[in-house]
Design a protein around this ligand. Structure first.
Ligand code: F6R
Length: 241
């Protein structure tokens, strides 16, 4: 695991965008793993700017990391809509090649299996963007998630619902369930870039970078990943030894 401490969100966005640009030049039909939340926004901003000056996504495809269960179609916080708004509508990726778990499926387990199959059929994720929760979750694999887990439905713990309430009118509106890629699914990505900024992430960063690999801290599984890059600002790095 490589940890890079940078001066803020802007340089973090640029460094992650450099990796994605290099990947697209080498492999124009690259498969990108797309996270939501605040952490990847500087990357999407930078990539949209680079697209405006020629970076081509026309042959790329994308897979969202997770999706809320039960939000009505068209809800602004449905992650498929967030990813469109923040990223894919701003570049020339084919919308038909941007995939999300189906959080309104009648048969959720079947939708999860179909999502795994779609990722495999695309040849697996080349570069997966990740944030980390204050409890060490990646995707929505909350503490205790199996390192072997695949895409499935999960309950959000109360702290994660509180952390995400800023995107909703009230805490009561934050869904209790999500579909998330599993830790095993995430570990199959060829390169993983995790972004963490702000002092509220300092303890989680310390736990997953320097602590033991343990299910209580899901992001610690990345210590076993052959190509994991962690981009942090000084505040998020402040508890590292
Ligand atoms: C989002 C996701 C979550 C977030 C994490 C951090 O798709 O899977 O794991 O990355 O909750 O969220 P932010 O970046 O908003 O602090």
């Amino acid at each position: 695991m490589e940890v890079v401490i940078l001066g803020g969100s802007r340089p973090i966005g640029k460094l992650a965008a450099d990796a994605i640009e290099e990947l697209l030049r080498r492999k124009p039909d690259a498969v990108l793993g797309l996270a939501t939340g605040s952490s990847p926004l500087p990357v999407y901003e930078e990539l949209a700017a680079r697209h405006a000056t020629g970076l081509d996504f026309s042959r790329a495809s994308g897979f969202a990391l997770d999706e809320y269960v039960g939000l009505p179609d068209g809800h602004p916080e449905q992650y498929r809509n967030v990813i469109r708004r923040e990223f894919t509508d701003r570049i020339n990726i084919d919308p038909a090649n941007v995939h999300s778990p189906d959080g309104s499926a009648a048969d959720i387990p079947a939708a999860c299996d179909a999502y795994e199959a779609a990722i495999a059929a695309a040849g697996d994720v080349d570069l997966q963007l990740l944030g980390v929760g204050t409890d060490g979750h990646i995707g929505f694999n909350e503490p205790g998630s199996s390192f072997a887990s695949r895409t499935r439905i999960k309950s959000l713990i109360e702290q994660t619902r509180k952390d995400n309430a800023r995107f909703f009118t009230s805490l009561a509106d934050v869904p209790h369930h999500v579909i998330t890629q599993g830790l095993g699914t995430i570990m199959d990505a060829r390169h993983v870039i995790l972004i963490a900024t702000g002092a509220q992430k300092a303890q989680a960063v310390r736990d997953f970078v320097e602590g033991p690999v343990a299910a209580i801290c899901p992001a610690s599984v990345l210590q076993f990943h052959p190509h994991a890059t962690v981009l942090v600002d000084e505040a998020a790095a402040s508890a590292l030894k």
